[in-house]
Design a protein around this ligand. Sequence first.
Ligand SMILES: [Cu+2]
Length: 348
Amino acid sequence: MALEPRMRSLTLLVSALLALPAVAAELPENHITNIFKPLATPAESEKSIALLVFAITGFIFVGVAGLIAYTIWRYRQPSGVHQHEEPPQVYGSNQIEVAWTVLPILIVFVLIGVSARVIAAVENASPPAAALKVTIIGHQWWWEVLYPDYGIITANEIHVPATPDGKNATYLQLQSADVIHSFWLPQLSGKTDLIPNRTNFMWIDPREPGIYVGNCAEYCGTQHANMLLRVVGQDPKSFKAWTIEQQRRAVDSPNAAEGGAVFQSLACVNCHNISGLGQASSGSKFGPDLTHLMLRQTLGSGVLKNTPENLRAWVNDPQVAKPGCLMPSMKLTPDELTKVVAYLETLK
Ligand SMILES: [Cu+2]
């Protein structure tokens, strides 16, 4: 009787495991978060060290587990015999004790040595003068992205050049506006924390154009799991085109004027900056910069695709898609909602 539920959960577990490859296959080609498919130098060195560590620890595991299995089998009690005496015992052996002390110490030193070399190689690489510099500021629960040399401010989606020769490195300065976050793009590099009142660095040199996804890797509050990261690797020409688009100030088309006034009247400006909207909005950094909102693929740090319906739903009540997030439901009337969303849709 007790077996039935156990069997059922076992069947469930097995079918869940079998379904895993299918789930992974559902993801679009470049949406992989797999440290074993590195596409940048730091991630490559980290992969090779991960494989080395797996090999050494795997060897130890097979050796130890094998000896245990062999011993259990070799010294099992023969069937039918009921003896209760202990087998002959061995007390103390200098040779064995030296072996099991020295060997692990050697293994640990090898592991420390290779790790230190890889860490130093990744961390001490100094940026070529031409490297793109990007500042990332972690906020609860989104990423502010600044390009100081271009005067660009955006959020959650980091555009960088990507070339097969890895010659287009991007240096990232990592900061935090509130609590500790951690920046992690498995295919590009290891994790680096973003710590309040401190600047950490990391670099990436993506080899292929495409989207690299990642996530905050340090628990930072309720919506930590929805603090997704996207790096958009682009060939240098498209990257250049992107920077030019981003440097434009918010468009002032005639129908946008009314919407801009709505936006300003609805207190959105207290938290969001839109360049070109005038003093009222400049410098608000509590929420993501919305100047080129429509050029982003997602909303709310990856929780929603950036479609007209989702945008309307988000502005109507962000707490539905991202409960606990720091944008309150603004309780707009349907008319205000329509106007402000129509305005947001002009932000290209
Ligand atoms: Cu987090």
